[in-house]
Design a protein around this ligand. Structure first.
Ligand code: SF4
Length: 367
């Protein structure tokens, strides 16, 4: 049984009916519990729960401090390539978009690594589009071997791989993976991914499982908020995270709640997720998975990111550049999307200190 079978159990479930039927009493009951059921979690994602954000925030703050302290792990993404064979309608790297395509040479990877390492960061996330010819797993492994000289934790956010390919990258030095399912609703998924290998919903959905079986230490998942109803997508993301944590108890499981941002393609979000709704999602998830990580990207603006400190977020990106080779070369290529928080690593660290938090540059050493 995999997460695919687990999610099938909700086929035909009346989500709109359930969400509309949640009462204040149900929310209050869920808030009293030590361990939430999936139905409790869904209740906390309901419109009714939006009236209870303050008690949810208090409990989420307590749980976050109990399990993670006042520490915030910082990392930054490094785009290795923007070649892509897919046509995701919401992405600037869509193969139909006329943008300059490039991939870093190993020398360029090293130059980017030097620029990032100078900021003090020790954790990095490498990204590519989905193009097995231009950026095969062997290329990623070569890049990881270069990056290992500078960083103690290297996570990958690349197209779904086989278990053997994940094992190859772990062997090279990768210790974490992020896989955005983008949208858990299979029908909507098919509409938004009209062409390319990413159309294979199940192969993508089960990628974190394959990474877990290969021994990946960190598994980070998420839905892109705005593509479908955020409440059900947040629910499925939470179920998926809970499933992974139970299946791979040695792994650190985390979710990311990215909202859609402007990009080269110009696809408008199907649903605008407000700040308050984003907060509700993070609080509900913290109450459902007290020890689950929450990663917040620079898609969100500084003020909101600062206000979310302590409410459940455990990892943040900083000093971000979404262009391939944008740091060392100074070139201005098209990025995957626009960022909202342009703060440098130093500025982010200062903002954390000012709020009584400790920026953590390194919490893992590969031996
Ligand atoms: S989201 Fe990923 S797979 Fe889809 S077009 Fe963008 S880079 Fe390619």
């Amino acid at each position: 049984m995999t997460i695919f079978d687990e999610l099938r159990r909700y086929d035909g479930f009346d989500f709109p009916g359930f969400l509309a039927g949640v009462t204040d009493a149900h929310v209050a009951r869920a808030l009293q519990k030590e361990r939430l059921t999936p139905q409790d979690y869904l209740a906390l994602l309901s419109p009714a729960a939006a009236r209870h954000l303050e008690p949810m925030a208090q409990k989420a703050r307590d749980l976050t401090i109990r399990h993670f302290g006042r520490a915030m792990v910082l990392f930054t993404p490094l785009y290795l390539a923007n070649h892509c064979t897919n046509q995701c309608v919401y992405c600037g790297f869509n193969t139909k978009n006329r943008i300059e395509r490039r991939k870093l040479t190993l020398e360029e990877v090293e130059a980017e690594a030097l620029a990032i390492a100078a900021t003090g960061l020790k954790h990095i996330l490498i990204l590519t589009g989905e193009d097995r010819k231009q950026t095969p797993p062997a290329y990623m492994a070569d890049c990881i071997r270069v990056l290992k000289r500078y960083f103690t934790s290297i996570a990958i956010e690349v197209y779904p791989l086989t278990q053997e390919e994940y094992a190859l990258l772990i062997e090279a030095g990768a210790d974490g993976m992020t896989m955005f399912q983008e949208v858990y609703d299979e029908t909507v998924y098919a509409e938004l991914h009209p062409k390319g290998p990413k159309r294979d919903y199940r192969f993508r959905l089960e990628a974190p499982d394959r990474a877990g079986r290969a021994g990946m230490r960190q598994l980070n998942i998420g839905a892109l908020l705005g593509l479908n109803s955020w409440r059900t997508e947040a629910f499925f993301t939470g179920l998926h995270a809970d499933w992974l944590q139970r299946a791979y108890p040695d792994a650190e499981v985390a979710v990311s709640p990215p909202r859609m941002r402007p990009h080269a393609g110009g696809f408008p979000p199907r649903e605008i997720v407000s700040d308050a709704e984003l907060v509700q999602y993070i609080l509900a998830f913290r109450l459902f998975m007290p020890r689950g990580g929450v990663t917040l990207s620079t898609r969100e603006r500084p003020g909101l990111r600062d206000n979310l400190l302590g409410l459940g977020v455990t990892r943040m990106s900083a000093g971000v550049c979404t262009q391939v080779g944008g740091r060392a070369s100074g070139q201005h290529a098209t990025g995957q999307f626009e960022i909202s928080d342009p703060r440098s690593v130093d500025e982010m660290a200062q903002a954390l200190y000012q709020r009584g938090y400790q920026p953590v540059y390194k919490d893992w050493q590969y031996l």
